[in-house]
Structures are given as structure tokens and as C-alpha cells.
Design a binder for this molecule. Structure first.
Ligand code: NAP
Length: 310
């Protein structure tokens, strides 16, 4: 594609053209879902995957399978890449020369904020505009009304391509110009997810010793998660203010209850490492003088590297 037609395509996209072309590189479970969503929305979609057979279904739905990564990139102004990791992105794009010049690369591969910032610098050296993104969904959720995709990078590029990217999920969120933000939110939210899931599994194991099935516990657990979610705004306010008056419960009170969880787990023969870890962290907060504070004061621990002492 010559520079003029690339500019024409970018201009038509800027007007919110519903049929702007898009390229998807990487057709694993997620990449196939992304390309499928663009196709369903009527975007001419060029695809490429290291294992070409994974493109078959998409080609049957109207996608064009490019012969090479370079061919796929050259097909249009907007390139979406979603492969296993950033090293694979480099492996694919490093040999390409200047074909990315003037195009926008949207990287939905999971990684760290450092990798995202490095990739942004790499793209800038090649004349490419770079948006980093993080998908808060599994492949079947792509395109559905509650799917959220987080983006960071230049706001103008985000706004230019938002009409196309919106097809992946209307819950589209622009976080800011710092390319690292979407990865940072991603890992923070993954940590939240694992915290909830592991606590649920620990609880299911505990009540399971009394013959209670996981489905019964799940309804109680769901309500508990909702209750705790309701506490977050007040705790967040304390964290932002840097003061932790115990308006609901002190850390000392939490610590006493943690003892019950540890002992119950040990006496019932249920795994106890997670409750012990939580208890050890809480004991450190007490040792640092936060026993009379609200649980939000635990942030003082989380802000330090592991192993740091008061
Ligand atoms: P996947 O099904 O394992 O697909 C991995 C993709 O990466 C395939 O297209 C694979 O190509 C490609 N790939 C890996 N190494 C490569 C290399 N060296 N050169 C070229 N291509 C390479 O994984 P996925 O579920 O699609 O996940 C892709 C990304 O989305 C990951 O970063 C993941 O964390 C993120 N993500 C996934 C989910 C999810 O629920 N699946 C949710 C959010 C984010 P081949 O087909 O040739 O092997």
C-alpha cells in the first residue's frame, strides 16, 4: 500500500468509518476471537498466524490470510497483535524493517509495564504509533456487552481507532498516555482475581470437611465478595488520604480472627499456607504500630518490597 492510500484509510477511520481495514496477527484462542469480532462488525480483516491452519475458520468467514507478517502489516493502517508474550512480538516484528512506519500497532499481548514501555520506544524508532492494551475477558467474551479492554498510549491514536477497537467490547477504557498503564492495571486486577479465587478454594476446602458442597458455599462466597467490594471506596479514601481511623474494625481484631482460620485449617487437615501468609503480613503491620488502625493501613506494607523491615 502506498503512503497516499494509507493516509486515506487513516482519514476514513478518523471519521469513524465502520469498514476500516484491520490486521490481526496471532490466531491463538484470543487472536481468533479478536479477528472474529472485527469480521462480524464488517471490517475487512487480514490475518496471519505462525501456524496457518488456525486461520481456516476465519478465512471461511471472510478474512484474508496474509503470506507473511510483513504482508499482513502492509495491508492496512491498524495492526492488532496478540501472541503469547512480548518476546514473540519482537521475534515477529524485529525483522520487518520500516513497514510499520505510519501505522498504528495495538499490542494486546499480556506482559509487564516495563515491557510495554520498551515496546513503545521500539515502535517509535520505526515511525509507528503504539497503543498497549489488556483484555479483561476470556475469548468467548470478546465482543460481548460486558467485556472491558484497557488501553494506554497516545490519546489521539486511541480516539482515532476507538470505533474499530470498540468491536472487541464496548467497555473500552483509555487509561492515559503512559504506555505501561494497561499492563500495570492488568497485573493488579489479575492479583485481585487470584486473591478471590484462592480464598474461595480455601473456604470450599474448609466447609467441604463438613460435607458441604462447593455449590452451596459459592452462593455465600459470592455475597461475601459483594459485601467486601462495598467497603473498597471508604478504604481507598483512607489510602489516598494516608490516614486510617478504624471506623469499622481494627487490625488487632482482624488478627485475632485470622488465628481461628489458621487453627481451623490445621485441625481439619486443610492447606494452611495462605491463611498463615495473611496472618504473618498482619502481624508485621501490628509490629509497625498499626494494630489500632483500620485494615486499609496494610497498604503501608504492600508499598514496600517483600522482606523490607520497619
Ligand atoms: P494461545 O492460544 O496459546 O495462542 C498463542 C499465540 O501466540 C498463537 O497464535 C501462537 O502461534 C503465537 N505464538 C507464540 N509464540 C510465537 C512465536 N515465537 N512466534 C509467532 N507466534 C507465536 O494463547 P491466547 O489465549 O491466544 O493468548 C494470547 C495472549 O492473550 C497472551 O498474552 C494472553 O496472556 C492474552 N490473554 C489471553 C486471555 C485468554 O483467556 N485466553 C485473556 C486475556 C489475555 P501458533 O498458533 O503458531 O502456536
Amino acid at each position: 500500500m502506498d503512503t497516499n492510500s494509507l493516509q486515506e484509510q487513516q482519514t476514513s477511520q478518523h471519521r469513524g468509518n465502520e469498514h476500516a481495514p484491520v490486521t490481526v496477527i496471532g490466531l491463538g484462542l484470543m487472536g481468533q476471537a479478536l479477528a472474529g469480532a472485527f469480521l462480524r462488525a464488517g471490517h475487512p480483516t487480514t490475518v496471519w498466524n505462525r501456524t496457518p491452519a488456525k486461520a481456516e475458520q476465519l478465512v471461511a468467514q471472510g478474512a484474508r490470510l496474509a503470506d507473511s507478517v510483513g504482508d499482513a502489516v502492509a495491508a492496512g493502517p491498524l495492526i492488532v497483535v496478540c501472541v503469547s508474550d512480548y518476546d514473540s512480538v519482537h521475534e515477529l516484528f524485529d525483522p520487518l524493517g520500516d513497514v510499520l512506519d505510519g501505522r498504528t500497532l495495538v499490542n494486546l499481548t499480556s506482559g509487564t509495564s516495563e515491557q510495554a514501555r520498551e515496546m513503545a520506544a521500539w515502535a517509535a524508532q520505526r515511525g509507528s504509533t503504539y497503543l498497549d492494551g489488556a483484555i479483561m475477558a476470556t475469548p468467548p467474551g470478546i465482543g460481548s456487552s460486558d467485556t472491558i479492554v484497557l488501553y494506554s498510549g497516545p490519546q489521539s491514536a486511541f480516539e482515532q481507532h476507538e470505533p474499530v477497537l470498540r468491536n472487541l467490547g464496548p467497555g473500552i477504557t483509555y487509561l492515559g498516555a503512559d504506555h505501561g498503564l494497561s499492563s500495570l492495571y492488568d497485573v493488579a486486577l489479575l492479583g485481585l482475581m487470584w486473591g478471590i479465587l484462592n480464598a474461595f478454594l480455601q473456604g470450599a476446602a474448609l466447609v467441604g470437611t463438613a460435607g458441604v458442597d462447593a455449590a452451596t458455599f459459592a452462593s455465600f462466597a459470592g455475597q461475601g465478595v459483594g459485601t467486601v467490594a462495598g467497603w473498597l471506596p471508604a478504604y481507598a479514601q483512607q489510602i489516598d488520604d494516608g490516614t486510617y481511623p478504624a471506623f469499622d474494625s481494627t487490625i488487632d481484631t482482624h488478627l485475632a480472627a485470622m488465628d481461628h482460620l489458621v487453627h481451623e485449617s490445621e485441625s481439619l487437615g486443610v492447606h494452611s499456607e495462605l491463611p498463615k501468609l495473611v496472618k504473618a503480613l498482619t502481624e508485621r503491620a501490628v509490629a509497625e504500630g498499626h494494630g489500632g488502625d483500620s485494615y486499609a493501613a496494610m497498604i503501608e506494607l504492600f508499598r514496600k518490597p517483600s522482606g523490607a523491615r520497619p
